[in-house]
Design a protein around this ligand. Structure first.
Ligand code: PEP
Ligand code: MG
Length: 747
């Protein structure tokens, strides 16, 4: 193995490819490959270890070790030098194997006589498949070139393993780890449980030709691919005029990376060593992923992540495999994606049983849509898209934020029991559907639902909601590439009111800005968008769209009684200005001879702490007030609702927040202004019960929560609970959660 060169590597790869193309079962191929590698490299031993299960490697073929050991010698991940290579995903190259930490002597292989050891991982993006080992008697360290050559061979073996080239004979169970069960622990984005089959939003790219026939031709393909990639990135930057700061930064980095000379040089070297252009891209993607795992610096990790994204795009260009592979969606599809936009998610419609994302946040648009569609959603689910294959069985536990991929039968069994129990509970709740949420002391709470899509309306009947307490109007704006037309909106709002069949719908005017960026709005590049130019602030400064929306609402009403509320008000004057605009629109409609609402109630969302301290005149002026708890809580505790790190740090049932809520409740009572609560907390049973005990008499929540909340209220005594809450506060407890939980436990 002296002066190992690119041409040696190319010759070896070609022989390897020819071997793979011959007839014979998987075992034959493996045997011939180990022979070939040992022969080409002039070593006494070449062995291939593949995973039998995610924790166990098995010797599957060898040239030089005792043939009896094949399919008998096994080691656990991390065990011995082979296990160490597999665990770390990095090679080991040593002249004196027995003195290496972790060396394990395996008598059955007769290995003690081999001093030098090189092990390289056989891995495909995000997936460990096995280890390729060469050994020799003389004490020598292998050169960088030799190591590199082995890495290239391992890359080809990985592709072949993935394509099932070694399956057959005793290898039936061996090869790709994506046959094994695995569990992912993420965060709950939307509750609920689902069982189904994997549907990848962006299916994996399959490389069928890892070996390059002609390095020059492959080089030309790579150049053309990179050129196209750069053009596409430029196009993304140029075309989308309206993108936020973060998106622009990502694209700029993309642009920089796409032009990176180092990246291109490494891939060119891989091609010189005999790989095809796409295999070279994958090889560099692999090593970027291995580095990503080790990178302590979050900035560097992010960049490596970008490189990963870029590699995927380049792979799709080179292989011509787009997102649409023509595969048929399985029954009960569960969508898996790194991330997904709201429009794309809506395109899937209600066909989906569940959604699992690697990224995302609970406040993201995708989460809002998943919630609107009542689809269980788990976010931050590790690198699940790299491990899953289309059609894999999958269980999504949206309550716990857990996903089981290819589950063991026992896990699937327990999961089905859980689904059955939930169905049972839903049936019990269905029995309550037409009963009021009246507690044991005779106090009644009105339970209404949140909605944002026409598709939500059927839930009105099924859930027993008394109306729609919050209709979020931004989804129609977020999912289009242009401002929706007045006529379209009027039609939709009319359909919503028709479907509500006389039950009240509280329409909230457009709340965009902040996280809800519409593609056709000029980006503001604000340092703190949640506290920036959003919602009513935009509506008042640029009244065109808001006025159009108000017209659409009134036309949809066609004379019927209506409730309209304005989001994100910080000062009474903002409410007054919006109300004036609405009244002017109404008067103008009347002048034009169009019907106007027989009764128009105009309300404010209380989402900023300042409104809690507004003058009495404001409380008198509002026809109703609805607490937007999601925003109110984030501003009260100064904790970003989309930042997973800080979001859960503050308890809604913290006495400071409850004291503030009580103040609002008392002020509304004095002003005789109806008050509701419509943030996500209204649908959480413990929170909902606490709000009711404190005196909030209307709770607006997602439809699936109405049953459980009603069930609890009907079994509770709100007067007694109020006393318990009061006692906990008098005792100086920071949160009343323990007190309320223990009350519920004794029901
Ligand atoms: C809220 O802030 O609680 C609310 C209901 O509005 P959104 O979640 O749409 O901001
Ligand atoms: Mg809000």
């Amino acid at each position: 193995m002296v002066d190992y060169s690119d041409s040696d590597s190319r010759t070896l790869l070609k022989r390897l490819r020819d071997t793979l193309a011959t007839d014979g079962d998987g075992q034959d191929r493996l045997n011939r490959i180990t022979h070939l590698i040992a022969d080409s490299l002039g070593t006494q031993v070449c062995s291939i270890y593949l995973f039998r299960d995610p924790e166990t490697l098995e010797l599957c073929a060898t040239e030089g070790l005792n043939p009896e050991a094949v399919h008998h010698t096994r080691m656990r991940l991390g065990e011995g030098l082979v296990g160490r290579v597999a665990r770390s995903g990095r090679p080991i190259n040593t002249a004196d194997a027995p003195s290496e930490p972790g060396f394990r002597y395996m008598a059955e292989t007769g290995e003690e006589i081999y001093s030098s050891f090189v092990g390289v991982p056989i891995q495909r993006v995000g997936e460990k498949l096995g280890v390729l080992v060469v050994q020799s008697k003389e004490k020598r360290s292998f050169t960088e070139d030799e190591l590199y050559g082995l890495d290239v061979v391992a890359m080809v073996l990985a592709e072949m393993t993935e394509l099932g080239a070694f399956v057959g004979g005793e290898n039936a169970e061996i090869g790709a780890t994506h046959r094994f069960p695995s569990m992912f622990r993420g965060t709950s984005g939307q509750e609920g449980a689902a069982e189904g089959r994997v549907w990848l939003h962006e299916p994996r790219v399959v490389v069928t030709n890892p070996v390059g026939e002609d390095p020059e031709a492959e080089q030309a393909r790579l150049d053309a691919g990179i050129k196209e990639l750069r053009e596409r990135v430029d196009e993304m930057l140029g075309n989308i005029k309206v993108i936020d700061k973060d998106q622009r930064q990502v694209l700029e980095t993309f642009k920089m990376l796409a032009a990176s000379k180092g990246w291109k040089r490494r891939m060119s070297e891989d091609i010189d060593a005999g790989l095809s252009a796409e295999a070279a891209v994958e090889k560099e993607q692999n090593s970027a992923r291995a580095r990503m795992k080790l990178a302590p610096d979050p900035y560097l990790r992010e960049r490596l992540n970008d490189l990963d994204d870029l590699s995927n795009r380049l792979l799709r260009i080179l292989t011509g495999q787009g997102s649409d592979t023509g595969a048929e969606m399985p029954e009960n599809p569960v969508l898996l994606a790194r991330n997904i936009g709201p429009a794309e998610l809506l395109d899937y419609d209600r066909k989906l049983k569940g959604v699992v994302l690697e990224e995302g946040s609970v406040g993201s648009h995708a989460a809002i849509v998943a919630r609107a569609l009542s689809i269980p959603l788990v976010i931050h689910a590790g690198r699940i898209t790299a491990e899953a294959l289309n059609g894999d069985q999958i269980l999504v536990d949206g309550d716990q934020g857990v996903v089981h991929l290819r589950p063991e039968e026992s896990v699937a069994h327990a999961f089905r029991d859980k689904i059955a129990m939930q169905a049972e509970a839903q049936k019990r709740y269905a029995d309550l559907r037409d009963l009021p949420a009246t507690d044991l002391s005779g106090q009644t709470v009105s339970l209404v639902m949140n909605a944002g899509l026409m598709a939500d309306l059927p839930s009105l009947k099924g859930s027993g909601a008394e109306g729609v307490g919050l209709f979020r109007t931004e989804l129609q704006f977020l999912t289009r590439t242009r401002v929706p037309r007045r006529g379209e909106l009027a039609q939709l709002y009319a359909k919503v009111m028709d479907a509500a069949a006389g039950k009240r719908v509280y329409f909230r005017t457009l709340d965009i800005g902040s996280d809800k960026v519409v593609p056709y709005m000029k980006p503001q590049d604000e340092p703190n968008p949640a506290m920036g130019w959003r919602a009513l602030r935009v509506g008042l400064d640029k009244p065109g769209v808001l006025r159009m929306q108000l017209q659409a609402l009134l036309r949809a009403g066609n004379g019927r009684a209506m409730s309209i509320m304005f989001p994100f008000i910080a000062l009474p004057e903002e409410f007054y200005a919006a109300r004036d605009m609405l009244l002017r629109v109404r008067d103008r409609e009347a002048q034009l001879g169009r019907p106007v609402p027989e009764e128009l109630s105009i309300g404010a969302m209380l989402e900023t702490p300042s409104l809690g301290f507004a003058p009495d005149s404001f409380y008198d002026a509002c026809d109703f007030i609805s607490i937007g708890g999601n925003d109110l809580k984030q501003f009260f505790f100064a904790a970003d609702r989309e930042n997973e790190r800080v979001r859960k740090r503050y308890d809604t049932l913290d006495t400071s927040f409850l004291t503030f809520l009580e103040r609002i409740i008392a002020r509304c009572a004095v002003a005789n202004t109806p008050l509701s609560f419509c943030g996500e907390d209204a649908g959480r049973p413990i929170e909902a019960l606490t709000f009711a005990a404190l005196g909030i008499r209307t709770l607006s929540m997602r439809p699936a929560s109405i049953g459980p909340v009603k069930h609890l209220i009907r079994r509770s005594d709100l007067t007694e609970l109020r006393q318990i809450i009061q006692r906990a506060r008098n005792e100086g407890q920071a949160s009343v959660r323990p007190a309320v939980t223990s009350y519920l436990a004794h029901l």
